[in-house]
Write a protein that binds this ligand. Structure first.
Ligand code: MRU
Length: 365
């Protein structure tokens, strides 16, 4: 997708062939900086500090991180250590584990002097597959949006939470891909963007993306969505996911569940958009089984923003001394989800619905 008219991906191999470059998402929307990642420690740090974030992009970065580790120590011990370091960076997004398993599985039988090259190209393949999946999600979801616009006979309104756009993947995004494709098709739509406290991925990143592509949108406080739905202001919700269980429970950024409850109460369709790498086939009860990342209290107690003189400042916003909790994700049970938009089409949020799209998993079960 584009920044100031220039096409970018969120991660790409550097010309030196031994490192990757990423967009530093902690600096957006006010500064555009590119960071070089040349070691497994730098890859782990980039994921942990959220220089890169979003489930699919975390997975691709971890895949490249494992490749870079093979330049430093290509032994089996080195491989195990690198997998452990990268897997520990963020616990909720399953794409991380999925990508590590795929790259590591490929390496076990590979002679150590070939491991770096093999892992680096496997990471590249994962990145390309992610782009193709997200683009396909865009086409399937855009069809839903086009049908809805036709049915309503007027421009439609879409609510989204967090950032599940191209910045959260390698390109295109998950929840935002249908919006981009529909916008390109000429479907008239307006996106309501939840600011998404505490880190404000909606206000900072989703709004930045939509601005860059000329998609009409309005940023709202997280608490405003229910009110808009009650007054007919939202036609459809589309969110991404960090992990979706085999029965269709959708784990996503904290606050998603509340939007799904409001959508259900107001009969607003609620879709999750995600690639196959986000489905955890080993789990069937998201609320009980998905590990929810607890992040630093400072994300709640402090806010960073731009000052009128262009400088940046971090300010305290919580009464000093009050205890703070910061769960980063929640789970929306399948019963509140209208459909799951995948690269293979739209699935019913149930075990049967997902298996109908992924019949090879039925054989594996
Ligand atoms: O904590 P983050 O910013 O990594 O969380 C991102 C989200 O929750 C996204 O909605 C999710 O990863 C879906 S991404 C395509």
């Amino acid at each position: 997708m584009r920044i100031d008219g220039t096409p970018y991906r969120t991660i790409w191999p550097d010309a030196d062939g031994i490192s990757v470059r990423v967009i530093d998402q902690t600096r957006l929307p006010f500064a555009f900086e590119i960071v070089r990642i040349a070691t497994v420690a730098e890859a782990a740090r980039a994921i942990k500090t959220m220089i890169v974030r979003g489930a699919p992009l975390i997975g691709v970065t971890a895949a490249y991180g494992l490749a870079l580790a093979m330049r430093e120590d290509a032994s089996n011990d080195g491989l195990d250590r690198a997998v452990a370091v990268l897997a520990a960076t963020r616990p909720t997004a399953i794409n991380l584990r999925w990508a590590l398993d795929r790259v590591a599985g490929n390496l076990r039988e590979t002679p150590s002097h070939e491991r770096f090259a093999r892992a680096f190209s496997e990471a590249g393949r994962i990145a390309e597959e992610d782009v193709a999946s997200c683009h396909a999600i865009g086409h399937h979801g855009a069809r839903l949006l086009a049908d809805l616009a036709k049915e309503k006979g007027r421009p439609i309104t879409v609510l989204t939470h967090c950032n599940a756009g191209w910045l959260a993947t390698v390109d295109w995004g998950t929840a935002l891909a249908p919006i981009y494709v529909a916008h390109e098709m000429g479907v008239k739509l307006h996106v309501f963007v939840d600011e998404t406290r505490p880190r404000n991925q909606g206000a900072a990143l989703t709004a930045f993306e939509l601005n860059g592509h000329g998609v009409p949108h309005t940023v709202i406080a997280d608490n405003a969505g229910g009110h808009l739905m009650q007054h007919g202001g939202i036609d459809v919700c589309i969110v991404g996911s960090d992990r979706t269980t085999a029965n269709g429970d959708v784990c996503n950024k904290i606050g998603t569940y509340l939007k799904a409850l409001a959508a259900s109460d107001n009969r607003v369709p609620f879709y999750a958009a995600l690639p196959f790498s986000t489905i955890d086939w080993t789990l069937d009860d998201g609320v009980a089984q998905i590990p929810i990342e607890e992040r630093d209290a400072r994300e709640v107690t402090h806010l960073t923003g731009r000052l009128p003189d262009g400088g940046f400042a971090t300010v305290e916003v919580v009464s000093p001394g009050s205890p703070v909790a910061n769960p980063a994700f929640d789970v929306t049970p399948a019963r509140l989800v209208t459909g799951i938009i995948t690269e293979r089409g739209v699935a019913e949020p149930s075990t049967e619905g997902l298996l109908a799209l992924y019949p090879e998993r039925r054989k594996a079960a």
